[in-house]
Design a protein around this ligand. Sequence first.
Ligand code: SF4
Length: 352
Amino acid sequence: MPPQRRQVSIPWSAPSTHPRIYPFFLPFRGCVTRCLFCAQDIVTGQNTSHAPLKPLLDQLWLGLEMAVKMNGPLELAFYGGTFTALSDLEFASCLDLVVAAYAKGLILAARCSTRPDTLNGSRLSLMRKAHFTTIELGIQSFNQESLDICKRAYDRKLALSACQMVKESGFKLGLQLMPGMPKNTPQIFLADVARTLKNGADFLRFYPCLVLANTGLAKLWAGQNYQPWDLDTTINTLAQGLNLAHQKNVSVIRIGLPPQMDLTQVLAGPWCPDLGSRVQAWALFLAISKIIGSPQEKTKNLTSMTLNLPKFMQGFFWGHKAELLKPYAELGLTESRVTFGAASCPTLFFEG
Ligand code: SF4
């Protein structure tokens, strides 16, 4: 009998890279409360919350023009504050800039991040007309205890209706979660991921909770009333969350805070500059070992197994300092059985 060949694909949605995003940070601007964990000045490296907006927008325009000369049209993103709660004047100034940049061919679209409790129909409609296509909601968690202790000042019901409002207004919906925030367990985080997927998220961001200087969370931590997750728990839990998202064909476009922030201000928490690639590597290992270890595949002759991976996985597949070489070898996947090529998703081949 000729050998039989069977293949199993592993769902994995690669993040889209087009168009490239040009970020503009408005740290704390529009924020109605100061959330317990938040230090946008540290995260963005900017302390412009009380500076007049007009000169900042002038600088933004110049920077955008230069960036477009090098990269072509971009997507402009307003991050770091509560965009939909800016004062009327500041909101209108940002929208005017977006409309002008779109008319001049500098941008293809705009997006913003904001809080779920600051959406209103008339502002969303103005944003649609001004070429905004995506809204990212800083949900952090749907767990009420976590929301309350972090002074988020809204409830889970409101967070869910905000997701619905963004979708019904015709925007793409991005949701940001904060695994490891106070009262947040791995189980709660995984339930949060499932809820974001059920509620129409088009993409996710995972920002594990860090204790940053001069925050309410730093006081809680100093008083031994909060303990951040350790790095292993974070990697393992986020990897499971990532796999849940891939199963629904939803990308997680960012894992962890940007590496350029001032690390001297990180007092505690699962900080790691390679967190994103370590989580991806572990997620893939979990998915692959689940398939190989399944009763169906255990009956196969493992010497006939090969794995074909998309090229972009080459940088992380074997894990941090090749820590996954041995675990993969124990599954029967030695280096000679793994190839990187044009595959759109990881695919295992069994023959025999
Ligand atoms: S988490 Fe968001 S809403 Fe809260 S203070 Fe920071 S930027 Fe403002």
